[in-house]
Structure formats: structure tokens, C-alpha cells
Design a protein around this ligand. Structure first.
Ligand SMILES: [Zn+2]
Length: 161
């Protein structure tokens, strides 16, 4: 059965393991729990405001979600994009749903900025060492707080964690 196969795969999945830490309040970059997903601040803060949305259900593809759930997840993605735009005022947002390393539906949302000399390239072409720039702690906290403030308005069902 597909559900049993998903459950077995979930037991070995890095994203399912992250979700367990989020649910146990053991994840420092947690932003909010949404009805169909968890929202975290990503680790590539060269793109200040980069977030990742993790689907709560372990599925490999969007089409494997029940239809209503898939649409609700997309509504959450749209609200998160809007929140990031309001907080960071980027030139453009990049949405990516890849899953080559972790085949569990998750969306990367990257703000792209005008002063990025590689702004016409996909984010992944930038060397990992440059991408994975941490923010100063005060800025990290201010950014998370601002995103939460916007999310409360855009998605009242968001539970701030
Ligand atoms: Zn998983």
C-alpha cells in the first residue's frame, strides 16, 4: 500500500526527522507550524530571508497528496512568499521544489536581490560556502519575528512556535 510504503520511507527520511525535532520544539530556526506544513528559516542566508516549507505528510510528489491538502499547502506557500516579500523587499522570489537529496515534498523560497552579481543564475550555482552564510544573531531573531508578524495577518491559522 502506498501509505505503508510512505510510512516506511518516512522512518529513514531526513525531513521527517526534522519535523520530529520541530514538533518537539527542538529546532532553533523554526518560524511557524501551518496546517499542512512547517516553516523554517533556511541555512543559506546569503539570500537573507530564505525559508523552507516542509510538508507535514511524507510524500515524494505534490500529486501524491490528497487534492485538497495539496491546494492548502500551495496556499501556505503563497502566504509565505508574500510574507518574505513584505519583510525583505526582494527584486524577485525563487520557488523551488526539488527533493533530489530528500524525496519528501518541501519548497525552498529564496528572495533574490538586485546587488547579487549572480542574480540571473539559479541559487544552486553559487558555491555552498557562500550560500550558507549565517546571519548575525540579532538580525536572525529580528527576521524571524518580522516573518511571524506578517504570517499572523496572512495566515491566521499559523501557529507561532
Ligand atoms: Zn519524510
Amino acid at each position: 500500500m502506498a501509505a505503508e510504503r510512505d510510512a516506511a520511507a518516512g522512518a529513514r527520511c531526513g525531513i521527517c526527522a526534522m519535523i520530529e525535532r520541530l514538533a518537539a520544539s527542538e529546532f532553533p530556526d523554526a518560524i511557524a507550524e501551518l496546517p499542512r506544513s512547517w516553516l523554517i528559516l533556511g541555512d543559506a542566508q546569503f539570500y537573507r530571508g530564505y525559508c523552507v516549507i516542509l510538508a507535514k505528510r511524507h510524500v515524494r510528489e505534490m500529486h501524491a497528496l490528497p487534492r485538497g491538502e495539496a491546494h492548502e499547502l500551495l496556499d501556505e506557500l503563497i502566504a509565505v512568499g508574500k510574507a518574505i516579500e513584505r519583510v525583505t523587499a526582494p527584486l524577485k522570489l525563487n520557488y523551488e521544489c526539488l527533493g533530489n537529496q530528500e524525496p519528501h515534498v518541501h519548497w525552498h523560497v529564496f528572495p533574490r536581490y538586485a546587488d547579487d552579481r549572480m542574480r540571473l543564475e539559479p541559487v544552486w550555482t553559487r558555491p555552498l560556502s557562500e550560500r550558507k552564510t549565517p546571519l548575525p544573531e540579532s538580525d536572525r531573531q529580528a527576521l524571524i519575528a518580522a516573518l511571524r508578524t506578517e504570517l499572523r495577518t496572512l495566515l491566521p491559522a499559523a501557529r507561532i512556535v
